[in-house]
Design a protein around this ligand. Structure first.
Ligand code: ATP
Length: 517
């Protein structure tokens, strides 16, 4: 149970300290939507910066992109999302609640950490706003064969409704499309049904030609993007783990068939190392290879990087998926381009149109790549590491969270890696007199040119330290009586609470070295 309590602690710290708020809270909140407060937006931006630095800035073989959220309807026909991006759901005949079939638990099933039974747990978790999960959430059906998912989900006779606790009272499983619909255009006659993108990846495939034509990239190379995605998820909750609006960081890495296995291994390791490098504890991170029956028909391999989140059954959950998507997506979009006329003829509606057959010489199509050394055209294979920014931010928060007893008091702290800490340095005058605030303000004004700083002169210094510990600030600088005598200040380390005196003219170098900035 301790693990479940821990998510409650995170949620309340996030609210108390302005990391994350419920969306539209003044109107009672909007389910599964969250707003990032002053500290949260810094944390989230830092996660994005760290991803972009590792994937784009530090590599010569990856370029960036920022696509629009609304895309041509044919994009979703070609990608398969219009027809197949669904969760299998079943409706409880007693209370009419629809639940993802892969989230249902068996009667009498205990959680993996020895918690209470599903039928009891349903109500208690719901009350606390946490997800009722059957441990491992399976993939949406865009990633797996829908028939296999249906076959696996048939027997619901022993499953418990997480809402009312009824057992075996479900309808047959049915697919539920996860894309949000909207309409574009002011005129009723020519407005079009559109979808908010459910992933950022398709914008990359749609721009593959543009990037080839305007840059000097040569295979192997990647295109990276960070941006918002939207899914009308059936089961949400669990705070920001699964929401209906979220941010993804995706890389499509294009390579020649035959080198794909090696690149798959490369990205698998690189992504695992990224999380470890930013401080996630190794014990809480693992790979989960997908079984053959979980793989989409086009995918050659798929592995999830999983983190041991402290909710649900205290189970391992996906942080990021890494897939070998073969040449499927670009070939599908070539078919989509060939279907465009049909779409116009069909009053620009997707219903009732089939994707055109693939051209026999598809390898020479508009989305092919020309290898000028081998003098050969082909459709490249794609390795896709696909991460969630919000989910990563939650993992970093959970992993950094700590409580310890200091002189009879509980100290709450976030042991963030410096690159992720929302505020890097806090500057305090010991007291609000004797010229200390002026010196502290000068130091603060100097340092904030280089990194996010915070100035605070209110209350006892011990309490100011504690507030910064809770915000995850790695260093606090205090100007005191000695500063005026020898121009040194104290620098207090968040994790060890050790204090050292540093001369003000050495301060910037000292902090830069410690913060690795
Ligand atoms: P899940 O199985 O958890 O539903 P998925 O396999 O459907 O996720 P992908 O389509 O592979 O997820 O998306 C890549 C990443 O995007 C996920 O690993 C996750 O970090 C993030 N992500 C996906 N859906 C959501 C969501 N509803 N809320 C927050 N993050 C999400």
């Amino acid at each position: 149970m301790a693990k479940i309590t821990k998510l409650d602690d995170i949620v309340s710290l996030c609210k108390r300290r302005g990391f994350i708020f419920q969306s539209s809270e003044i109107y009672g909140g909007l389910a599964s939507c969250y707003d990032y407060g002053p500290l949260g937006v810094e944390l989230k931006n830092n996660v994005k910066k760290a991803w972009w630095k590792a994937i784009v800035q530090m590599r010569d073989d990856v370029v960036g992109l920022d696509c629009s959220i609304l895309m041509h309807p044919m994009v979703w026909k070609s990608s398969g999302h219009a027809d197949k991006f669904a969760d299998l759901i079943a409706e409880c005949k007693k209370c009419n609640t629809r639940t993802r079939v892969d989230h249902l638990k068996d009667r009498g099933q205990k959680t993996e950490d020895g918690g209470q039974k599903a039928e009891d747990r349903g109500q208690r978790a719901e009350e606390r706003g946490l997800e009722v999960s059957a441990g491992h959430a399976e993939e949406h059906t865009e990633h797996i064969a829908i028939d296999a998912a249906m076959a696996k989900a048939q027997d619901l006779s022993n499953k418990v409704c997480p809402n009312c606790g009824a057992v075996g009272r479900f309808t047959e499983p049915m697919p539920f499309n996860l894309m949000f619909e909207t309409r574009m255009g002011a005129n009723v006659d020519d407005s079009m049904t559109m979808h908010l993108r459910p992933e950022t990846a398709q914008g990359i495939f749609a721009n593959f030609r543009n990037v080839l034509d305007t840059t000097r990239v040569k295979i192997p190379f990647g295109i990276a993007q960070i941006g918002k995605s939207f899914r009308n998820e059936v089961t949400t909750k669990a705070f920001i783990f699964r929401t209906r609006e979220f941010e993804q960081a995706e890389l499509e890495f294009f390579c020649e068939q035959g080198t794909d296995d090696q690149w798959f291994e490369h990205w698998k390791q690189a992504r695992f190392d990224w999380y470890i490098g930013l401080g996630l504890k190794k014990d809480n991170l693992r790979f989960r290879e997908h079984d053959a029956d979980e793989l989409a028909h086009y995918a050659k391999a798929c592995v999830d990087v999983e983190y041991r989140f402290p909710f649900g059954s205290g189970d391992w959950q996906e942080l990021e998926g890494i897939a070998n998507r073969t040449d499927y997506d670009l070939r599908q979009h070539q078919r989509g381009i060939r279907t465009l006329n049909k779409w116009y003829e069909n009053d620009r509606e997707l219903t009732n149109i089939e994707l055109a057959k693939e051209a026999e010489d598809y390898n020479k199509g508009p989305l092919s790549y020309f290898d000028d050394q081998k003098k050969q055209r082909y459709i490249p294979y794609v390795i896709e590491p696909s991460a969630g920014i919000d989910r990563s931010a939650l993992a970093f928060l959970v992993d950094a969270y700590d409580e310890e007893e200091v002189r009879g008091e509980t100290r709450n702290l976030l042991r963030f890696h410096p690159a992720l800490a929302p505020v890097k340095v806090a500057v305090f005058p010991l007291v609000k007199k004797e010229g200390m605030p002026e010196i502290a303000k000068n130091i603060y004004n100097d340092l904030k040119k280089y990194f996010n700083c915070f100035y605070d002169e209110k209350g006892a210094v011990g309490r100011r330290y504690r507030r910064q510990d809770e915000a995850g600030t790695p260093f606090c600088i205090t100007v005191d009586g000695q500063t005026k005598e020898d121009t040194t200040v104290t620098v207090r380390d968040r994790d060890s609470m050790d204090q050292v005196r540093v001369s003000t003219d050495q301060l910037l170098n000292y902090l830069r070295e410690k913060l690795e900035i």
